[in-house]
Write a protein that binds this ligand. Structure first.
Ligand SMILES: [Zn+2]
Length: 245
């Protein structure tokens, strides 16, 4: 669909699969327990600044405004780099942009019950078929629960051991889910984080968490995914994830 050589880009519509990040939004329970909070705070300019723009007829006193932003790297829609779990792993800023884009598929797993574990057979059976080198996105329907207790503790997830072979054989480029974590259930239930180990330590498959937005509209479809994270010198970073269809 996209070719760097010819600069040809063809699609009918762009779908936004990202959630909005705002002050006080839900964070991972481990981060909340550590006292982390999301802050997106507005600051106005002094009211006595001469108006700027439009020949002095510009914005009202107080403009331009600014926002002071503070969040952990795992807030809202974000991408985990290997360094999150791997002492010797790369930081998110160390990847070239092409790592974060490519052909992909958005699988429909909205029928799953709370805490369900997705296996390699489930992925192999799903339609449209996952192709080699894909970015694999999974819709569990749980993005609709963002902000609730269930969202943090009862979501389905990928069973690391049961899908390792499939992910490696298919050379999956990136995995994304509409859940607070790609592992199933509460933090206690997946304390060992087998999928994080397989993806971030052993195979360098980056992980997208907290997908949402228009994901329902592209579910069950193949599309071109662009998921560009902020170039933070960090273990992960918020990203605007879009699907071109
Ligand atoms: Zn994360």
């Amino acid at each position: 669909m996209m070719s760097a050589k010819s600069f040809t880009v063809q699609f009918d519509k762009i779908y936004d699969l990202s959630v909005i990040t705002y002050s006080g939004m839900q964070m991972h329970p481990a981060e909340e327990a550590a006292g982390a909070r999301t802050l997106v705070e507005r600051h106005d300019s002094p009211a006595d600044l001469p108006p700027m723009g439009n020949g002095g007829q510009g914005p009202a006193p107080g403009w331009p405004i600014y926002h002071d932003v503070r969040f952990t790297t795992h807030t809202g829609t974000h991408i985990d780099a290997p360094w999150h779990f791997n002492k010797k792993g790369r930081r998110i800023d160390e990847y070239l942009p092409e790592v974060f884009m490519g052909t992909g598929v958005v699988l429909d797993f909205r029928h799953l019950s709370d805490g369900a574990r997705i296996t390699g057979e489930d992925l192999a059976r799903a339609l449209p078929a996952v192709q080699e080198g894909d970015i694999l996105l999974i819709n569990t329907g749980r993005h609709k629960q963002l902000g609730t207790e269930e969202y943090a503790t009862r979501h389905p997830g990928l069973d690391g051991e049961a899908c390792e072979r499939f992910l490696v054989e298919k050379k999956i480029k990136m995995i994304g889910m509409d859940t607070i974590c790609v592992e199933p259930g509460s933090e206690e239930e997946h304390w060992d984080h087998p999928l994080h180990r397989i993806c971030l330590i052993e195979n360098e498959i980056l992980l997208i968490e907290n997908l949402g937005g228009q994901i329902d509209e592209v579910t069950g479809k193949r599309c071109y995914i662009v998921a560009l994270p902020l170039k933070l010198q960090a273990d992960a970073a918020p990203a605007r994830v879009i699907a071109l269809l």
